[in-house]
Ligand binder design. Structure first.
Ligand code: B12
Ligand code: SF4
Length: 445
């Protein structure tokens, strides 16, 4: 690797102590840092590696810092989601304490949603929005000993203040990006026994979603602008994963896979023609589900399609900007069942203004739809979302503590509560919903 500067990409550990995932042993691959590492090493001259603390054991921040420092990095780049932000900051501080000359860089949805508050002690730079080009430019400026303060998308400290630079245009041609650097991690580790047998990888066929649901953080990064890769390029990547890497399980992490119906048909057709023998999952909007779509998804290997239903109360669906009705969810579920395409439906408990009644309606509706898997999340108002603005307006996030961030994991704790029921009741409803489902599945209903 000669004199190339060493860049280490880090995914923080999953600190969840209980809840669905821990119970089921689900570990999913860190697509974003695999993409970033690939871009940085291909387009620049850097020696990249990845440390994923979801699979690399470490029991403390000290130990994480120790492991990161063992690879002698000059740059340590963390991806940040809100519940993991505290552990990222503490690890960055420990790294800086031991080796102050290392550059610690943070990017991802948390920093993008709240750049000003993210530049804590121990953090050298933040990057908001799409990361590839901004990170490369920042690293190259530092390597060339130039002033990086003009680099678009960066967040940096200037004396006592924090500056957030304007963002650059999104990458126009996603086909031009290199495929993820899966060679930098042990892909055997990525297991999800709830969907697949054997390891899996992830892919995206496009970035962004044009909708504007009030709880969703997609628009924070992607600004409701939809960009799609060409079918050819997506199929090329699938072929690479199936034939070269010999991984047969794939998750499409597009926000809404069938947003362009014709293109979704083409991808499925080409998967069938290519005989890749893959099983894959997608995320769909219910209003995109037609007989033809469900049928071709199933025929091309789709083993689960996830649909965000969110609420069983019609007025709430309007209030959260879902732009779908209960009838559309019923119709989608009926079509998918007829075709035999398994459904994962997800619901949010604790939406703004949710009452005991509306939560019960949601759980009852989940029963009515009777998806193959139903997930009940507690609302977490992530930075930059409309529900976050609401939480700010009513004074709930003046200073968002590390404890609140960690609790905003939507599985087993309540961070900031915008509903009309208590934290304990939200958790109780969530438990009851899962118990009711477990019982009915056992009873074969
Ligand atoms: C797939 C997915 C997952 C996967 C994988 C997550 C992962 N990154 O490892 C799974 C199912 C495991 C998951 C889990 C969680 N997720 Co999730 N997930 C998604 C989803 C649907 C797509 C993410 C994705 O891969 N997109 C494609 C890549 C290319 O985009 P990206 O990740 O945003 O990365 C780009 C930029 O953000 C930036 N960037 C990202 N990291 C970095 C780092 C550096 C250094 C730089 C410079 C740039 C940079 O550059 C990247 C390329 O341009 C998004 C929804 C969405 N639309 O974003 C939610 C989303 C990211 N998830 C979210 C959350 C909260 C979680 C959980 C924290 C929930 C929990 N229970 O605790 C967990 C955390 C698990 C973990 N250890 O990371 C939130 C994040 C909001 C927030 N402020 O934190 C989102 C936005 C959904 C939402 N609620 O709106 N998630
Ligand atoms: S919840 Fe789904 S449809 Fe709504 S904005 Fe987010 S990604 Fe788009």
């Amino acid at each position: 690797m000669g004199n190339k500067a060493k860049v280490v990409f880090v995914r923080p550990p999953n600190l969840q102590k209980s809840g669905q995932w821990k119970k089921q042993g689900v570990i999913r691959c860190p697509l974003n840092i695999a993409l970033l590492a690939s871009f940085i090493r291909t387009k620049g001259s850097f020696d990249c590696s990845i440390i994923d603390f979801e699979v690399t054991p470490a029991s403390s921040v000290d130990q994480m810092a120790e492991i990161i420092l063992q690879s002698h990095p000059k740059y340590v780049c963390f991806t940040t989601l809100t519940p993991r932000f505290p552990v990222v900051v503490k690890t960055a501080q420990e790294i800086k304490r031991r080796q102050p000359d290392i550059f610690t860089i943070i990017g991802g949805p948390h920093v993008t949603g709240t750049p000003l508050t993210s530049m804590m002690d121990g953090i050298s730079y933040g990057i908001v929005g799409e990361g590839e080009e901004a990170l490369l430019e920042l690293l190259e400026k530092i390597e060339n000993k130039q002033d990086p303060s003009g680099v678009k998308n960066i967040v940096y400290k200037d004396g006592l203040s924090v500056k957030v630079n304007p963002v650059r245009p999104f990458i126009n041609n996603l086909d031009a990006l290199p495929f993820p650097a899966w060679d930098l991690m042990d892909i055997k580790e990525y297991d999800d026994p709830t969907y697949f047998s054997g390891s899996h990888l992830a892919i995206y066929s496009g970035r962004g979603c044009p909708y504007d649901c009030i709880f969703c953080a997609s628009a924070v990064t992607w600004k409701r602008k939809l960009r799609l890769r060409s079918v050819e390029n997506v199929i090329h990547e699938i072929s690479d994963i199936a034939n070269r890497l010999k991984v047969r399980n794939l998750m499409f992490w597009d926000d809404t896979f069938a947003i362009d119906e014709q293109r979704a048909f083409s991808i499925c057709d080409r998967i069938i023609e290519g005989q890749f023998d893959i099983s894959y999952t997608v995320q769909l909007r219910a209003d995109s589900v037609t007989e033809r779509l469900a049928d071709i998804l199933k025929k091309s290997g789709c083993c689960f399609a996830a649909i965000g239903v969110e609420s069983g109360n019609e007025e709430m669906l309007v209030r959260i900007g879902k732009k779908e009705t209960k009838e559309q969810f019923r119709k989608a579920a009926r079509i998918m069942k007829e075709v035999g395409l398994p459904i994962i439906a997800s619901y949010i408990i604790g939406l703004p203004g949710d009452t005991q009644e509306t939560i019960k309606e949601t759980i009852d509706f989940a029963f009515e739809l009777n998806a193959d898997q139903s997930k009940f999340m507690i609302l977490a108002p992530y930075p930059g979302t409309h529900v976050y603005d609401l939480a700010c307006q009513i004074g709930l996030v003046d200073i968002w503590s590390f404890e609140q961030m960690e609790a905003s994991n939507y599985y087993d704790s309540v961070g900031i509560n915008l509903s009309k029921v208590s934290d304990n009741d939200l958790l109780r409803y969530q438990d009851e919903a899962y118990e009711r489902f477990d019982k009915s599945k056992k009873a074969g209903i």
